[in-house]
Design a protein around this ligand. Structure first.
Ligand code: MIC
Ligand code: SF4
Length: 639
């Protein structure tokens, strides 16, 4: 039987298990990336692993999320990260260089390699033909220490693209179309592999937009083949030597097929508060808007900003809106300046922000009360903009730019003619904001600021867990609900006691106080609990507050791993209707004596009833849980 691109790469990297599409496999990781919001914690954990230098081929530490530096805390984190990179042999991408995923695609990605990143949008590099997976910081730290990465063997979905996009329809509309079909948990434990004649019509950054936002389907990752278009992109980046061709065999077998005809695609929009709530732009056209934000790792490439610039050229943004633009990388800025296209943006009235995540993660530019904000980003979860009452709509750069001119949601296909953009054959290469690793080990001291607190240690798992249900929530609870980000909370990422005060802040501001009073307890969740970000703080901080288990209808992949890594037991209801049998404030006793067989008995002391919960963890994950988390598990192994 022939092979898919996914199988070819995974098999080349297989170090544990069989690739039978059922069990768990361990793969070798060639490259890692971290960003500052998850990186500090990841390196604090890496430091405990007793390794003198990273064991990957290449590891990069980016600073892009948290660059407001409203006080010493962010700046101290940056200095810590820089000293870690110097000591352990990593590349360090300085603040101002750009968003990790955009830069990784431009400067480090390589077809056929594996990449593990402590950020859920790491799959962006799948656009070049890598297996690029997002994970919790601890898993990335372990990969840097040379450990394999373990994952459920993914099902492989063929996304067959035929035809060619029309004017004013772009890559963002392709991924929105997929989200419209399969929603935010349609690809959990699956890999979306693109193929078909439409692939060659898309440039690498456009492919990156699609693989980036594939994360919102719950997919383990998304991948494109590596073809002539990939080769040209790498040549233009001065990195032709890393190119290799990668395509699926003609008789490769897939678990599922999704067909998309690009000719028929029209501009789409994700309505509040879920990236899966997708409608045609034409259905909501005319809604007045207050803010337009262009950028983020989804839509900040040279192609995207050139398009925006050409649309805005000679126009002025409507007086009712604010328009912000955050370019993806310094390379993009260099080009826009040299080509004069930056002028069109500025002249139209755009506010040009730093090359960072910025408004995407609520680092500034919070919209006004009840505002309608349209963004080219990938997430529109409630409160993520920094304004709880605001409504976020997700669109393509074309829709954003045209709407900015009209002051209302506008279908860009209403524009006459065609907008031409010219992508250069060679990109401006200036890596002076990337500090390369030192060739040899040096005696470098790690600089820790006062806000950098070491990771609290947690005891081994008990056989019976007793406590109260502190919170019962519904479906699709995101890590932004569990552990919010934003300008106020992000600076606390390296201080678990301080950040734990904000757990579930948007759902119940008294949650952490209640958890502390009760000495911890349980959380009950619906479907897809923990979707969204890879932030392990959404597991560590609840653990710190004494959360012992989460019982849900189902879990998002990365969050499930994070719970295990920090010793919180993830259980699912054997009968989904049992969700109704537990209420907030019920007192539970969970018997884990038959946990190894995949079951746990839950005694609801308040309702005087019993029910069975299940899990599908492999033996290794069970051992990690029993040890109290992955760090104690690794330490026990080293003894
Ligand atoms: C996000 O988009 O939510 C983030 C911020 O990039 C996160 C990582 C984090 O929480 O630090 C992600 O997606 O993994
Ligand atoms: Fe940054 Fe937003 Fe991308 Fe997350 S989704 S990496 S916050 S730009």
């Amino acid at each position: 039987m022939g092979k898919t691109v996914t199988e070819k790469i995974l098999q080349e990297h297989l170090v544990d298990g069989n690739f039978d599409r059922e069990g768990i496999i361990g793969i070798k990781i060639d490259q890692t990336l971290t960003q500052d919001a998850t990186g500090t914690m990841a390196y604090l954990q890496f430091e405990e692993m007793g390794v003198s230098r990273v064991k990957t081929d290449l590891s990069v530490s980016y600073v892009d999320h948290n660059t407001l530096q409203t006080d010493f805390r962010n700046a101290d984190d940056h200095r810590y990260l820089k000293s870690i990179a110097a000591k352990y042999g990593l590349y360090f991408s300085r603040p101002g260089n750009g968003i990790c995923h955009q830069i990784h695609l431009e400067r480090f990605s390589a077809p056929g390699k594996t990449l593990l990143g402590s950020d859920s949008h790491t799959p962006t590099s799948g656009g070049i033909g890598m297996i690029a997976i997002g994970a919790g910081g601890l898993d990335v730290a372990a990969a840097m220490a040379g450990e394999p990465f373990y994952l459920k063997t993914p099902k492989i979905v063929k996304v067959e693209l035929i035809g060619k996009l029309r004017s004013f329809v772009s890559a963002k509309d392709i991924i929105l179309k997929i989200l419209r079909r399969i929603d935010v948990k349609g690809a959990v434990n699956k890999i979306l592999e693109y193929s078909g004649p439409g692939v060659k019509t898309l440039s690498v950054p456009e492919r990156g937009t699609i693989t980036n936002m594939g994360t919102e389907t719950g997919a383990t990752t998304s991948i494109f083949p590596s073809d002539e278009v990939t080769k040209k992109f790498l040549e233009a980046q001065g990195r032709a030597e890393v190119w290799r061709e990668l395509k699926s065999d003609s008789d490769a077998e897939y678990d599922q097929i999704i067909k998309i005809n690009l000719d028929e695609l029209v501009p789409l929009i994700a309505l509040p508060h879920s990236p899966g709530n997708v409608k045609f732009v034409s259905e909501v056209a005319g809604i007045k808007i207050d803010q337009v934000c262009i950028g983020s790792c989804t839509n900040s490439s040279l192609r995207d900003l050139k398009m925006v610039s050409q649309i805005l050229k000679g126009n002025t943004i409507d007086e009712s809106i604010d328009l912000t633009i955050s370019p993806g990388s310094r390379q993009v800025v260099d080009h826009l300046i040299k080509s004069g296209e930056m002028d069109y943006l500025v002249e139209a009235g755009a506010r040009i922000l730093e090359n960072t995540c910025g408004p995407c993660i609520g680092m500034g530019q919070a919209p006004p009360t009840d505002a309608i904000t349209i963004r080219t980003f990938n997430r529109n979860f409630l409160g993520r903009s920094g304004t709880q009452s605001a409504k976020i709509y997700l669109v393509s750069p074309e829709t954003a730019a045209v709407s900015a001119i009209h002051g209302e949601i506008t279908d860009p296909q209403k524009c006459e003619g065609k907008v031409e953009i010219n992508i250069p054959d060679t990109f401006i290469i200036n890596d002076n904001l990337i500090v390369p690793p030192l060739q040899e080990e040096h005696d470098i001291s790690i600089i820790r600021g006062p806000n950098i607190k070491s990771l609290p240690s947690f005891p081994p798992l008990e056989e019976t867990l007793v406590g109260t249900v502190l919170l019962k929530v519904g479906d699709n609870i995101t890590t932004d609900h569990i552990m919010p980000a934003g300008a106020k909370i992000l600076p606390l990422r390296s201080n678990i006691p301080a950040i734990s005060e904000y757990v579930f802040n948007a759902v119940d501001p008294r949650f952490s106080e209640r958890a502390r009073k009760k000495n911890g307890g349980f959380i009950v969740g619906g479907e897809n609990y923990g979707q969204g970000s890879s932030r392990e703080h959404a597991a560590i901080a609840p653990k710190y507050l004494g959360i012992k288990a989460v019982i849900a209808k189902s879990f998002a992949r990365i969050h499930l791993d994070n719970l295990v890594n920090f010793g919180i037991v993830p259980l699912t209801f054997k009968n989904q209707s049992d969700y109704e049998k537990i209420e907030q404030n019920d007192s539970l006793e969970i018997d884990l004596s038959s946990f190894n067989t995949g079951e746990a008995k839950i005694l609801n002391r308040t309702k005087k009833s019993e029910l069975i919960a299940v899990h599908s963890l492999d033996d290794r994950s069970i051992e990690i849980l029993v040890a109290g988390g992955k760090l104690p598990y690794i330490r026990n192994k080293q003894k």
